[in-house]
Design a binder for this molecule. Structure first.
Ligand code: PGA
Length: 244
């Protein structure tokens, strides 16, 4: 495991985009695991700039997003389908048939989640998984609990997550209560994991992930048992670590 601490979020974005670009240059048909939220936006902007400069080609890459809300349509302004279109896919040349995002409107969510895991496996597994981290230590929407859930599944969002995400919606009432999330198993099976965290408000989650017990109460702590994980942090997010 490696931890790098940077001065600014912009530096993290450049470092993350460089690692993703290196992955694609080494293996143009890479399978990328992608994340939403505020944290990866500068990274996506850096990737878009690399693509627009002619340096980075996504045409043979495949992507699987981590999660999606249940019960809002894909074109809803707060859906993760829409987020990915607006923040990345509409600016790069990834083939639409290689883009995958969990279906939050499936009639049978369990069957759809199972099919999502199967699609990852048949694509050869995730080469590089990009992650943010929630204030409560969630990765994807794997919320604190008594177990690590292996497969893609429907989750009930915690109060902490609803509160954190209400900034994207008109009010807390409008935040969906359920989501579909990739499980910890698929995340852990990714060949490489890149976790980004910025801001002092993430410092406790980062501390528990890196220095607490490995426990489903802080889901990101499982990453310490992954053979190839890189944490890219800014000073704020690293501020409660005792060593780095
Ligand atoms: P954020 O979300 O990047 O918007 O802070 C991260 C997460 O909840 O995983």
């Amino acid at each position: 495991m490696q931890t790098h601490v940077f001065q600014t979020a912009q530096q993290i974005a450049k470092a993350a985009a460089t690692l993703i670009a290196a992955q694609l240059l080494r293996k143009p048909d890479s399978v990328l695991g992608l994340a939403t939220g505020s944290t990866p936006i500068p990274t996506y902007q850096a990737l878009i700039a690399m693509h627009q400069s002619g340096m980075l080609d996504f045409s043979r890459a495949t992507s699987f997003n981590l999660d999606e809300y249940v019960g809002i349509s894909p074109d809803h302004v707060c859906s993760y389908h829409r987020y990915m279109q607006d923040n990345l896919f509409s600016h790069i040349n990834m083939s639409p048939d290689r883009i995958h995002i969990p279906d939050g409107n499936a009639a049978d969510v369990a069957a759809s989640a199972k099919a999502y895991d199967a699609a990852i496996l048949s694509a050869g597994g995730i080469d590089l998984q990009l992650l943010g981290i929630g204030h409560n230590g969630h990765i994807g929407f794997n919320e604190p609990g008594h177990e690590f859930v292996y497969g893609c599944h429907q989750v009930q969002l915690s109060e902490t997550t609803i509160k954190a995400n209400q900034r994207f919606f008109d009010s807390a009432q409008d935040v969906p209560r359920f989501a579909v999330s990739l499980g910890i198993g698929s995340i852990m099976q990714s060949r490489q994991v890149l976790l980004l965290a910025t801001g002092e408000d993430k410092a406790e989650a980062v501390r528990m992930a890196l220095e607490g017990d490995v426990s489903p109460q802080w889901q990101a702590s499982i990453l310490r048992t992954h053979p190839d994980v890189i944490f890219l942090l800014d000073k704020g997010a690293a501020s409660r670590l005792t060593h780095w």
